[in-house]
Design a binder for this molecule. Structure first.
Ligand SMILES: C[S@@+](CC[C@H](N)C(=O)[O-])C[C@H]1O[C@@H](n2cnc3c(N)ncnc32)[C@H](O)[C@@H]1O
Length: 260
């Protein structure tokens, strides 16, 4: 099932990034067709513009670049010049670009994504800002990162781990590629209750970053299990609600910091 889910995810995001110039995206409202009350969706189009900080807005104004994120991991990350950053599920490259400006020529940013179309768009975006010596991309699965041990001083991710069927593997991999003292800053969707398998198996709910959410305490537990010492929540926003069972299942977008 995991392989099938990943194929659906990669196909969905490749389709979303292909051939949709800014302003002409199919602005469907996923809440209407999914059994969900959703104030904002990372995966159809990103969060409202007030979620973006000045650096991000500046890049978005310069480039025709879409964000599919649900938070601002770079803004909350305190990336400094010389950092080596790996972005899990880099999409069209927005967070990599902002990180690239912060790490400067002494640092490096590597974006990982399993969609060829996303990587092609990200490479194009990076070239427009002449950041290609700092920011590069590798095709790969975040459950099996094409990155060597202890490569990074920082791992970031924005609304992607919710799409990974095996989140423990993702955290184990992030831990493996971080140097001692390295940090992981991740924005992601979590839930207040366990999500039943029948909803996880629902392709639309899963691909739209909804039913792949993990109960928040389990999410923290997985990070600790991978070996992270300090794990703290930096930010939490209401993300939506799955209409299931009594009271439904609350979804939050959280930004979490974990230190190796
Ligand atoms: C919701 S979008 C977020 C993109 C980007 N982080 C952003 O904020 O715009 C999810 C991205 O993760 C990628 N992705 C999903 N599952 C993945 C996996 N297992 N390995 C690598 N990339 C994955 C998709 O191809 C897509 O580009």
């Amino acid at each position: 099932m995991n392989k099938e889910l990943k194929t659906r995810v990669v196909n969905a995001y490749s389709e979303r990034i292909s051939g949709k110039p800014k302003g002409q995206e199919t602005r469907k409202n996923p809440s209407a067709e999914l059994n969900v009350i959703q104030p904002e969706s990372c995966c159809d189009d990103c969060c409202s513009s007030d979620s973006f900080d000045e650096d991000t807005r500046e890049v978005m104004d310069k480039l025709d670049i879409q964000s599919f994120g649900c938070g601002n991991p770079v803004g909350l990350s305190s990336i400094v010049a010389g950092d080596v950053v790996v972005d899990l599920g880099s999409g069209a490259g927005l967070d990599c670009i902002i990180a690239g400006k912060k790490v400067g020529p002494a640092g490096r940013v590597v974006g990982i994504d399993m969609s060829d179309a996303m990587i092609a768009k990200a490479v194009e975006n990076v070239a427009k800002l002449s950041l290609q010596d700092i920011v590069t991309f590798r095709k790969g699965d975040i459950e099996d990162l094409p990155v060597e041990d202890k490569f990074a001083t920082m791992v970031i991710s924005n609304c992607v781990i919710v799409l990974a069927p095996d989140k423990q593997r993702v955290f184990d991999e992030a831990f493996r590629i971080l140097r001692q003292g390295g940090r992981m800053i991740v924005s992601d969707v979590v839930s207040d209750k366990d999500i039943p398998d029948e909803l996880v198996r629902d392709e639309k709910l899963f691909v739209n970053c909804l039913s792949g959410a993990t109960r928040v305490d389990r999410y923290f537990g997985m990070l600790h299990k991978s070996g992270f010492g300090t794990v703290e929540e930096l930010e939490r926003r209401t993300y939506g609600k799955l209409n299931h069972g009594q009271g439904g299942i609350e979804l939050y977008s959280v930004t979490v910091r974990a230190v190796k």
